[in-house]
Design a protein. Structure first.
Lengths: 201, 434
């Protein structure tokens, strides 16, 4: 099995493109699942004062992959649809793989950040911000890698590519907000007094 | 690839369906507790009914009034009325008797005891007696009731008797007894205090909900402090000393223990939830997917069981346990795996439960207060000088030391007070002025 170039994966878009092209669709699905686990772990690990360890572990293992699948599938599909409308050449499969491999390092960094917050135990705001800097840097690199590779895959000019990425992001956020609004309506009108009482606490 | 995606979708659909439909089996101990038959509340001789009707208008017996309130309430519940209508059905407050006058708070500073107040304010005492004669007569009559049974089956719908007139009448009565003692009849006064103490110990023993337990502990506190004040007012003869010792005798199991109270609270809360919350959730309600009946009840009962275990510990072991928890930062409830299938119930069980540890401490503190009262009387009777007081406390530490460590009580010569340190910050020092 070929060794994965971890550090170049963070900094070099070309490496991401090569790894994405070489890997199978199944691998991309697995990578998205793992990224989802990393992200959910990063969020839930610092919450061990509120949740038991078993619950944190179960939420991470059971719902991490789901979060990864939903976000990656939804975002890739929106990206591909917007790209097609703008005359792009990339297939859905290509976009999906690029998304998976671009954001894997960021997911890992999120988990590391969660672990650091867990170990530090009630860190100050300054410490929290300082610890978040590497994560933010890697996230920026991930966005850069993804953007650069999407432009290449779609065979866009820089302007068209940037426009495609921005429209995709906005559409994705609208979709997300729409789901949130639907759930909120369900909560307000579908749930009973007890649930409402809980949300007011 | 399509097969993989399909499998993933099926897996999560089954997972969510399983979580949505799954509910735990009822805890067998909880089921046994709920199945235990409760004695009938509306029955002649139940002091709780008389408590409920204590402030009945002139000419109406407290028991009759309390009985009517209960029957009206039960009829409203059976008729399926909403909460507002149910609570409105329990009596018309406009025509009820109320306490007339003002009472200071006693025993918070030096020289603010009941005896001292009665001596300094004879007119006020006389006025309090004449303006509240009927309530006082009813208060005295409560001692004739042989039973005390609370309506646990009604849960939150059960009316709470107004305990304020009871506490006020106890203090008015003691003011009158203080006057009686100063006029020369100390024996008669002590006898009445003994009867009062017996009454409130009886209520405490039979209290199955927190509010009545805490009220009775508070009333017993007044009994102890007033008895100590009377016992230290002059040299006592043999008979008077025997009465004092009887008032200040150790507590029987159940007087101040909160074990049965917590069991009662568990039943009270569960019945309250059954009548209010669970009744409102229909079978097709989406809320049912996240709010499971058995899982919620089990979780709440688990919390009660843990507090029952803590309440059963002797004060020293209880203090050690709290210290360990503070050091290890354990004992703080966390949301567990049941959150996955019972999100609402799990959060409710974490948030909507009171801090029972404070109440357990109140029970232990009153044992400390009993020992302080004993010491106060003994110091006077044995004519111990201020200089010899600490040594006296050291000698008696085995039986009359602090309840949490059995160390001698602390003597503050400047303030003229005996004290011990309790466990929590709410009232760190329990003090008795000589």
């Amino acid at each position: 099995m070929k060794k994965l170039p971890l550090i170049p994966l963070i900094f070099r878009p070309q490496v991401v493109r090569e790894v994405a092209a070489e890997g199978s669709e199944f691998t991309a699905v697995a990578v998205n699942a793992i990224t989802g686990i990393f992200v959910v772990a990063g969020i839930s690990l610092p919450m061990q004062s509120l949740f038991t360890k078993s619950l944190v572990a179960l939420i991470t293992i059971l719902f991490g992959p789901l979060v990864g699948f939903i976000i990656s599938s939804l975002y890739s599909r929106v990206e591909w649809t917007v790209g097609k409308r703008l005359g792009g050449e990339a297939s859905l499969d290509e976009v999906y793989r690029l998304f998976a491999w671009s954001f894997l390092p960021a997911g890992f960094a999120a988990m590391l950040y969660g672990l650091v917050m867990c170990v530090l135990k009630e860190p100050s705001t300054t410490t929290e911000i300082a610890a978040a800097i590497p994560l933010l840097f890697i996230l920026c690199c991930a966005v850069r890698n993804y953007g650069s590779n999407i432009i290449t895959a779609q065979q866009f000019t820089k302007t068209r590519g940037t426009l495609s990425i921005i429209i995709t992001l906005v559409m994705f956020l609208i979709l997300f907000a729409g789901c949130g609004a639907f759930l909120s309506l369900l909560f307000t009108y579908g749930m009973g007094d007890c649930t409402k009482f809980i949300t007011q606490l | 690839m399509k097969r993989l995606k399909f499998s993933i979708i099926i897996f999560y659909v089954l997972l969510f369906a399983g979580l949505a439909l799954y509910d735990e089996r009822p805890d067998p101990e909880l089921a046994r507790e709920m199945a235990r038959p409760l004695p009938e509340v509306i029955e002649q001789g139940n002091a709780w009914i008389a408590f409920l009707g204590l402030t009945a208008q002139e000419g109406v017996s407290p028991y009759t009034y309390g009985e009517k309130k209960m029957r009206d309430l039960k009829a409203s519940i059976q008729a399926g009325k909403n909460e507002r209508e149910v609570f409105a059905s329990s009596g018309n407050k406009d025509s009820e008797l109320s306490f007339q006058g003002k009472l200071p708070s006693f025993y918070s500073r030096k020289d603010d005891g009941i005896l001292a107040y009665a001596m300094a304010h004879p007119d006020e005492v006389s006025s309090l007696y004449s303006n509240n004669a009927e309530l006082l007569r009813r208060y005295d009559n409560l001692r004739t009731y042989p039973r005390y049974t609370e309506p646990l089956e009604l849960g939150f719908y059960a009316p709470i008797p107004s305990f304020s007139p009871l506490r006020n009448m106890q203090r008015v009565k003691f003011l009158i007894l203080a006057t009686k003692a100063k006029q020369g009849d100390l024996t008669g006064a002590l006898e009445e205090v003994r009867k009062d103490a017996e009454f409130w110990r009886f209520i405490a023993r039979n209290s199955n909900i927190l509010i009545s337990k805490l009220i009775s502990i508070s009333a017993i506190t007044t009994d102890l402090r007033f008895a100590a004040e009377l016992g230290a007012s002059r040299q006592l003869n043999k008979h008077e000393m025997a009465i004092i010792q009887d008032i200040l005798k150790p507590f029987d199991n159940g007087d101040i223990s909160l074990v049965e109270t917590f069991r009662g609270e568990a039943r009270y809360s569960r019945n309250g939830m059954e009548l209010s919350t669970w009744k409102k959730i229909k079978s097709f309600d989406p809320e049912k997917l996240l709010f499971k009946h058995n899982a919620t009840n089990n979780r709440m009962y688990a919390y009660v069981k843990e507090n029952i275990r803590l309440a059963e510990l002797a004060p020293r072991h209880y203090a050690d346990e709290l210290k360990q928890r503070e050091l290890n930062k354990t004992g703080f409830p966390k949301i567990g795996v049941p959150f996955l299938y019972n999100s609402i119930g799990e959060i409710l069980a974490e948030i909507a439960v009171p801090q029972y540890s404070n109440y357990i401490e109140k029970g232990h503190n009153i044992e400390g207060l009993r020992r302080l009262s004993q010491l106060k009387v003994l110091l006077r009777q044995e004519n111990v000088s201020p200089e010899q007081t600490q040594q006296f406390l050291n000698v008696h530490s085995k039986t009359l030391g602090t309840p949490y460590t059995n160390a001698p009580m602390t003597w503050d010569a400047q303030k003229g007070s005996l004290s011990f340190r309790s466990l929590s910050g709410e009232k760190p020092i329990v003090e008795m002025f000589l």
